[in-house]
Design a protein around this ligand. Structure first.
Ligand SMILES: Cc1cc2nc3c(=O)[nH]c(=O)nc-3n(C[C@H](O)[C@H](O)[C@H](O)COP(=O)(O)O)c2cc1C
Length: 399
């Protein structure tokens, strides 16, 4: 064979192979294939610095460059938080879509609800970079973003646009924060309630992020009472008051949690739900990754048990009377089921989504559907607060 013929043949082979690979990759992407994301796309994303890949992920959702999802939520996954109906109990946690840019894309992926924020009254850039770290070996993240936010006005305009002409009717929570330099923290939250009430399905008072100096002190009895009295008053003044959720830190002591559960029962401080939990500053668990000593909030697997235990405690302290959104280390149907049995009405994920991408949402929902069936629950609602006793059957029924 002449050398030009050989070259031509090699070129054709390369072209055919790369076209076939591209077609197969495209098909797998279109089909929301877990393996494509776990073995190719997410490792590629990890070549970028963590904050850069977060930005890319938000843009991907914003421009809806997303795989199609065939899975239709079955009735068994329906749940409720007060009068908010959810098609499924898996929401995206605050901090992913801080500025309400990606709501429709996140809905398309299959999330049952989207929480945006934290939003601060005025735009602020947050802490110095780098401020997000992957702890790959621990399935965890440490972040110290420090409420980088486009501010109330810009975020409100985006939500207002989404809500106009009934363009988007999915459930949106707005997570409220305060500016770092604010001299009147209570006003920051009250302003948020007033502005976002009309465009949100629920509002979150976030006093539990570890990256804004002094913020978590707002969980202390008297400070919290003062904050909640004002927030509740403003909410009741809205044409249509919204459910208010209080997001808590997993680092509260038992006594602090008990005090908070007492306060939120009082009429003038009454919130409609709890979100448990934010990230932890606790480092007492064994962590294996290079960045385990970075300052900031730890999320993901190492947080899982701690947040589930706290959900269980809060459920008991509130006699199951208010809904709890369970957050912290959820990455499977079983994790969701455990949080629901501990007392959660719904859950949220962030870190597992950052590691596995869109297919994890359908994976979690399918697993949960299976577990509910196996355990004889008609819906999520039937399993709420039933206690943490469940052990998934092994394949061989041996243990
Ligand atoms: C990078 C990053 C940024 C976050 N930003 C916020 C935030 O702005 N407001 C908030 O309430 N929680 C924020 N969180 C906390 C999450 O909402 C969630 O409570 C926590 O990560 C635990 O869930 P996970 O283990 O599924 O990640 C953030 C978490 C991460 C990882």
């Amino acid at each position: 064979m002449s050398s030009s013929k050989l070259l031509h043949k090699i070129k054709s082979m390369v072209l055919i192979t790369s076209s076939a690979t591209a077609l197969l990759g495209g098909y797998c992407f279109y089909k929301n294939d877990e393996r494509l994301f776990d073995y190719v796309l997410m490792p590629l994303m990890r070549l970028f610095e963590a904050e850069r890949s977060h930005e890319l992920a938000v843009k991907t959702c914003k421009y809806k460059i997303l795989p199609s999802v065939d899975y239709k939520d079955p009735d068994s996954l329906n749940t409720r938080m007060q009068n908010i109906f959810l098609k499924n109990p898996v929401g995206i946690a605050a901090g992913f879509d801080k500025n309400a840019e990606a709501v429709e894309g996140l809905d398309k992926i299959g999330f049952g609800f989207v929480e945006i924020g934290s939003v601060t009254p005025f735009p602020q850039s947050g802490n110095q970079k780098p401020r997000v770290f992957r702890l790959i070996e621990d399935d965890a993240i440490i972040n110290r973003y420090g409420f980088n936010s486009d501010g109330h006005e810009t975020v409100w305009k985006r939500l207002q646009q989404l809500r106009s002409h009934q363009r988007y009717e999915g459930v949106i929570g707005v997570n409220l924060g305060k500016n770092k330099s604010s001299e009147d923290a209570v006003k920051d939250y009250v302003d948020g309630v007033k502005l976002f009430g009309p465009v949100a399905d629920y509002l979150v008072v976030n006093v539990s992020s570890p990256n804004t100096p002094g913020l978590r002190k707002m969980q202390q009895k008297d400070t919290l009472k003062d904050l909640l009295v004002n927030v509740v008053k403003e909410n009741l003044a809205l044409d249509l008051p919204r459910p208010i959720f209080l997001k808590l830190s997993p680092d509260l002591t038992d006594t602090e949690l008990k005090d908070i559960c007492g306060i939120i029962k009082k009429k003038e401080c009454k919130v409609d739900g709890l979100i448990i939990s934010n990230t932890t500053v606790d480092r007492s668990m064994i962590l294996h990754s290079q960045f385990n000593n970075e300052v900031g909030g730890l999320s993901g697997k190492p947080l899982k048990e701690k947040s589930t235990r706290m959900i269980s405690e809060a459920y008991k302290l509130t006699q199951g009377k208010i809904p709890i959104i369970g957050v912290g280390g959820v990455s499977s149907g079983q994790d969701v089921y455990e949080k629901i049995r501990a007392g959660a009405s719904a859950v949220q994920i962030y870190t597992s989504f950052a590691y596995h991408g869109p297919p994890i949402v359908t994976k979690i929902k399918k697993e949960l559907e299976e577990i509910l069936k196996e355990q004889g629950h008609q819906t999520v609602q039937d399993a709420i607060g039933k206690g943490i006793t469940y052990q998934r059957k092994s394949w061989f029924g041996l243990f």
